[in-house]
Ligand binder design. Sequence first.
Ligand SMILES: *Cc1c(COP(=O)(O)O)cnc(C)c1O
Length: 356
Amino acid sequence: MAINYTEDIQIEKSKTSKIANVDFNNLAFGRVFSDHMLVCDFKNGEWQNPSIVPYQPVTLEPSAKIFHYGQSIFEGMKAYKDSDNNVFLFRPVDNFNRLNISAKRLAMPELPEACFMNGLKELIKLEKDWIPTSEGSSLYIRPFMFATGQGFHASPANAYKFIIACAPSGSYFSGKVKVLIEEKYSRSANGGVGFAKAGGNYAGQFYPTQLANNRGYQQVIWTDDNTHEYIEEAGAMNIFVRINDTLLTVPTSDRILDGITRKSILTIAEAEGIDVEVRKIKVAELIEASENGSLKELFGAGTAAVVSPISGFGFKGKDYELPELENTYGALLKKRITDIQTNKSDDPYGWRVKVC
Ligand SMILES: *Cc1c(COP(=O)(O)O)cnc(C)c1O
């Protein structure tokens, strides 16, 4: 039978719902999971039809290659509900495309678009009640793929599993974030996998981040692996800098993840008439701008927080403070994006996708 992914997706509903046990007014990020998940297996050289099943453990052989060779990639996106209970996704095809960019780099099979998009929409329709409605909250969606095929031989697996799981999440406020500009460790390298959303990229970030935490910094600003002279990303977020009234970010490359929030910010900032520059940024330029008072804002950009303001940074044993501004670019851009996401404003770019 041909696999076309457009037939009705088989749904096995959970017998009981966990939803009554969830305190929707006190949601942490990614700690409670909704009742169902989408599952799709790759075997015999092709993706099978996806199905929706109760959220449950995955059983794997100890020889599954995910455990040995780390073929594991993921995406992060959100579903939003407006005041009339309409449900929306934000630029979901971009997440789908990026998943396949990651898959290709990790020698994993690319997923058909219909499998991802139809599966996602069916799952979100079913989990509609799990989408929180209070200001800033949303249903965080985690699509991910990993190697289930077996063998200790160091080669790509012949079987994979794709899953989409969901976690209702409250507004993501990390407080004042102080960051350390990294001079020794690297998140990614030329020719490496930095542009892919690969689990291993995160594993490699944890230890340097712990060292920074021990020194009183919440996050690391990654610099280029070759010279450590140029800033690249803020933790697992893209980085933005405001010098005087110009908003700067660095170009994407094979070391830097092509963030959907980053490119949305660039589009909106230009529409707002903000002077935008995409170019390399030296650590020395940041320090000079901090010392002469032209450094106004520094923030990370990513799906979870949209914009995460940075209050100061450390470099070579010295700390630099950012000024406390009102009416920041960061706050304005965050509002513009979340207004589009939650259907509070027009969407001139066609980014919002109505699910139900
Ligand atoms: C996911 C991610 C981002 C942000 O991407 P968004 O699409 O905006 O969520 C930035 N940097 C890294 C390293 C990431 O993994």
